[in-house]
Every structure is written in C-alpha cells, then in structure tokens.
Design a protein around this ligand. Sequence first.
Ligand code: BTN
Length: 320
Amino acid sequence: MISDFEILEFLRGSDTYVSGEDLSRHLKISRSAVWKHIQELRQSGYEISAVPHLGYRLDALTDKLFPQEITSSLNTKFVGRKIHYYESVSSTMDIATKLAVEGEEEGAIVCAESQSRGRGRIGRQWFSPKAKGIYISLILRPNLPPSEAAKLTILSAVSCCKAINEETGVSAGIKWPNDLLVRGRKAGGILTELNAETDRVRFVVIGIGINVNNARSGIPDYATSLRQERGESVCRVSLLRAILRRIEADYIHLLKYGASSIINEWRGLSLTLHSRVKVVCYNREVVGEAQDIDSDGGLLIRKDSGLVEKVFAGDVVKAG
Ligand code: BTN
C-alpha cells in the first residue's frame, strides 16, 4: 500500500506535469488509485492541477503542519526530527508529558492544528483556533539541576523571538518571563512544565503557542497575530521550522557554554527592563524598577526603598 506522501514526493520532484500513467507505473498502483490519492492530497490542502493528456502538477503546498512538511529541509540533529501530529487535541502538553514518561526521546514534538483545552501560565486558557496558530510541545532532557530549568524558558522565548523576527520581519520582544509581544500586544507565549527528582531533571516539556494567521476579529484586544502585524499571512510551516532550528542551536550552545549569551540576548529583546513595573505574584505585589534578569531567570526589581528583590513568577504590569 502506498501513501499519499509517496505521490506527493513524486510531484514535488518535478516542476512540470507528471502523467497518471507514469505515476501508476512507478508506484505500481492503478490509475484510479492515483486519482484517489490526488483527491486526498487536495483535501489536505495541497493544490494540484490535473490536465487531460498532461497529468498532475503540484502548484502549492499545504499550510497544514504535517510532519513531512516540517521535516523536509529542517536540518536539525534532534529537535523536531520526530513529530506526533494531531488535527485536534485537548492540550499538546498532556500528550507530550505522557510520551516523555513513557520514554520518548529528546527533541520529539507534539504538534496540533487546534486544542480544546490549551493552557497558559498560571492556570490560564490558551485560545487555540484551528490552523491559525502554532501549538507545539517539545520534550527536552537536559542534564541540569531543577533549579536551572527556568533557563530553558528564557532560551525558548529568545529562540522564538529571533525566529519570528527573521522569518516574518515582524519585530517581537519579550515581556518577562515569557510573553512574546508585538507593539505591546501578546502574540505568543511559552509554558514550561518540569518533571524532576530533587537534584535531577527527568524531562522538561516546553509548550509554545503563537498567534500566526488569526484575523483581528478572532483575538482579544490585548492580543495580536503575526498576520495582523505584518499585513499578510505567514507560512506556519516555515515559521515552525525556523523555531525548531533556533531552539536546537541555542540549546546546544547553552548546554556547552552556559546561559550567559542567551541571557544577554534576552536583555536585548526584553520589553521589561529599565522600566517601572508592578509584578503581581501569587500572594504579593512587588513594585520598582526592573533592573536585570538573573542567571536563573529571576527578575531583579529595585524597590523604592533601594532594596533589590528577585521574583521568579508573576505577571508584570507597568507601574505608574
Ligand atoms: C502563556 O503565555 O501563558 C503560555 C502559553 C502556552 C501555550 C502553548 S500552546 C501549545 C502548548 N499546549 C498548551 O496547552 N499550552 C502550550
């Protein structure tokens, strides 16, 4: 039994029409089976023209996040080499965590076109409409103590920002700890979930959600999408590839040389530093000037009393 993918590869390899006869001969299936696969590919979003006496031609790829689209020309060593793809899930975090517990390898990702119970930080909901955004969870198994796992959140935010900037031309920045903002509105976020023993990380699941092709009417006022900011739609497949490449390169660098260069990049992309902020933490609020980020990801706030306090979690709002 051949798959739609084999037909696709054939069409991809040709810049002109491929006859039904050639396809049928090479793949050893009937002409009507070829037609059936072509119909299925069209339903998946591939644009394929069919001309009598000439055959089939691939006119446009799908924008679905099919594993074969992502991995073709991905060129990473391990990040995104294995993709668990779903049309719809409750949350990619739950699936990735289950896979990681069962021993799934480092670098594997869970990717979905939509989520019914996408979640954000602090128990919030992550709105995940179908085929509009990027919703992935990445499994990493770093050799780090749990106290250093927050570095991976910083790394992911930096890698995503760089990938967005390079791939779309939209200038994204980071609001501490891990909001991706464009012109003051939220375009994406990172959620890191940790599974650890006292002194050893078993695995980390990094959840990345980005509003890519959402229309203005489909998102709340405090949020935005890359399409909205760019004025034209963004190829999700190319953007996801760029994100995976960036994360792998930055992760390998971090494990080898430490986090200082990533933290420096974070400083350069930060929208929080050197402004007066209020950080709303779980049971208190800290007000002052956001001075710096510490090597463990904590935000250092100089309070009006002159004392510097470090916060690890919370929501930053600009203080008057
Ligand atoms: C935040 O800004 O609060 C983080 C949002 C993270 C959302 C992503 S979408 C993919 C993954 N699956 C989830 O349920 N959440 C993360």
